[in-house]
Design a protein around this ligand. Structure first.
Ligand code: 5GP
Ligand code: MG
Ligand code: MG
Length: 191
């Protein structure tokens, strides 16, 4: 499909996200009060904007930033059931406080697998925060400790989240929509 054949309807404004990130950070701060070091682990690449904002809202805590990459969507809109660790952490987490920062919990496979994997290193405390949650899509029993917004089963982009690597730089969350004429063009062989 032609990359310009879709439109994006705003779902959550930048202002709403900022307010929610601030309140999430206050809850996280309370949970980790008194920590000597909190390692915040962003799941690449979709969480890069969220973790940047969360990190700056946690400026009262001693925070270390690390990243992990797990395989998920590739360039399609379908979730993969099998989750692989493509890039591991740089630092140690054994005996330390860890917060995993994710963009979206969808089927739940990614965070279920990633938290299981990180738990084998015996962090002192392991918590998860996801900006978005699509509870209606869940296939495995997983709940993030904190969720920014519950959303319906829509494909979303923006604020770090992509469609075929585009739209990560939008400051808001929007849902992708394919106008009828664009779909017709795509089936005519525009892809
Ligand atoms: P899960 O393993 O929970 O099914 O999938 C989680 C991952 O799927 C998310 O981290 C994200 O990368 C991807 N994902 C789920 N829903 C969406 C969506 O609406 N848009 C995009 N771009 N990625 C999504
Ligand atoms: Mg992701
Ligand atoms: Mg993606």
């Amino acid at each position: 499909m032609n990359r310009t054949d879709y439109v994006i309807d705003q779902m959550i404004s930048a202002k709403s996200i900022a307010a929610r990130v601030e309140s999430l950070a206050r809850a996280i701060e309370a949970e980790f009060a008194g920590t000597d070091q909190l390692v915040i682990v962003g799941l690449l690449r979709g969480s890069f904007v969220f973790i940047a904002d969360i990190a700056r809202e946690l400026s009262n805590l001693p925070v270390e930033v690390d990243f992990l990459e797990a395989s998920s969507y590739g360039n399609s809109m379908e979730s993969s059931r099998e989750v692989r660790i493509l890039k591991d952490l740089r630092g140690e987490i054994g005996g330390r406080d860890v917060l995993v920062v994710e963009d979206i919990v969808d089927t739940g496979h990614t965070l279920a697998r990633v938290t299981e994997y990180l738990a084998t290193r015996h962090p002192r405390k392991l918590r998860t925060v996801a900006l978005l949650d699509k509870p209606s899509r869940r296939e495995v029993d997983f709940r993030a400790d904190w969720v920014g917004f519950e959303i319906p089963d829509e494909f979303v982009v923006g604020y770090g989240i992509d469609y075929a690597q585009r739209d990560r730089n939008l400051p808001y969350i929007g849902k992708v929509r394919f106008p009828a004429n664009a779909e017709a063009a795509a089936t005519d062989g525009a892809a």
